[in-house]
Design a protein around this ligand. Structure first.
Ligand code: MG
Length: 354
């Protein structure tokens, strides 16, 4: 980094600018110290140390309440979903609260009640934590960190067994971003863009005709059932900041494959599509907090899809494309018949969405 470079909002927006910051600055100092089975340098959804999946995530969403959720629900869901993305089941969380002077006690209790509810949904508890208070400033009420640990489950073992039936030589003990092979199907668990637009509407006081609600939710129950009852899942990633475009590019880069998706298969609510067109936003680049992108062996893809469609979290799931060796990066077969390159976004167009 140049000596006079300063941190901008883009450094936290999930696209190429943030990736460069993490890779070239953070990993430069933290990487290579200590040992892990899936280390920091892998930049996966979470790390693996011994057989423990370990994740830390800070949340600074603005405003702290928005249609369909609040900062507490995101903080629990974000960490739970990142642990789940490796195939593990979260079993304990830690929460660090930083409260701003002047935050109404009733707001704090509303957030904590929401976190309790989300913990009950995910069947995981907060077992340790810390609370700090800072002077009135720009926090917007509060920020928080939720860290957590997850463990291997019988469902994960069963999933890997199914993968090995179809792919001899598959050696990974976890569901990783780098596990995709040509031919694997890419399955998206539901509609995209809902969360980013819900937060944007709250930030800007915009209404889009209908009230767009955030999709924020923990996905671990659905994921564990999928792994245990169907299997064949090689990779999973939650498309948060930077959206589907960023997450697919991560897959392509780490797995060294191309990914081709079909525009008419990507589920987008009509009101989200219309709002994006009005605002000049690309729904593929907008963050989600209750969706997962699944890479599955082709032989099991249809079964995975049918399973997801029967769950409340995955009822709008679609097979959106597949991994290929035909090209590098991510491309989309468009409705009008051409192919569009889906580059990694510079940053999520909506600031402070999580
Ligand atoms: Mg993630």
């Amino acid at each position: 980094m140049e000596k006079n470079t300063k941190i901008t909002m883009l450094h936290g927006a999930g696209g190429t600018v943030m990736h460069d910051l993490v890779k070239n600055v953070v990993v430069k100092y933290f990487g290579g110290v200590g040992s892990a089975d899936v280390p920091l340098e892998a930049m996966d959804d979470a790390a693996v140390v011994g057989d423990v999946v370990f994740k830390s995530d800070s949340h600074a969403v603005k405003p702290i309440f928005f249609p369909g959720g609040d900062i507490g629900r995101i903080a629990i869901s974000g960490t739970v979903n990142d642990i789940s993305a490796l195939g593990a089941q979260p079993y304990a969380l830690a929460c660090g609260l930083v409260l701003e002077e002047g935050l109404p006690m009733s707001d704090l209790e509303r957030i904590l009640a929401s976190m309790r509810q989300t913990c009950l949904e995910a069947d995981v508890g907060i077992v340790t934590g810390d609370t700090k208070v800072v002077e009135r400033g720009s926090l917007g009420g509060c920020v928080m960190n939720v860290s957590g640990i997850g463990k291997r489950t019988a469902a994960l073992e069963s999933n890997l067994k199914v993968v090995k039936q179809y792919r001899s030589g598959f050696a990974s003990r976890w569901v990783l971003d780098s596990n995709l092979s040509a031919g694997d199907k890419i399955i998206l668990s539901g509609t995209i863009g809902d969360h980013g637009l819900a937060v944007l509407s709250a930030q800007q006081g915009l209404t889009f005709g209908s009230q767009i609600q955030s999709d924020v939710k923990p996905l671990n129950r659905m994921i564990q059932k999928l792994l245990g009852e169907v299997g064949g899942v090689v990779a999973m990633k939650d498309p948060t900041r930077g959206g589907l475009a960023d997450a697919l590019n991560e897959y392509a880069e780490k797995s060294k494959v191309g990914i081709l998706i079909e525009e008419d298969k990507v589920p987008i609510r009509e009101d989200v599509q219309t709002a994006c067109e009005m605002l000049g936003l690309d729904p593929l680049e907008i963050g989600n907090e209750g969706k997962i992108i699944i890479g599955a062996v082709p032989e099991k893809a249809q079964e995975v899809l049918e399973f997801l469609k029967k769950t409340p979290e995955g009822k709008d799931a679609q097979v959106i494309g597949e991994a290929t060796t035909q090209f590098k990066g991510v491309a989309m077969q468009t409705l009008v018949g051409g192919k569009r390159i889906i580059a990694r976004p510079i940053g999520d167009p909506v600031p402070r969405i999580c």
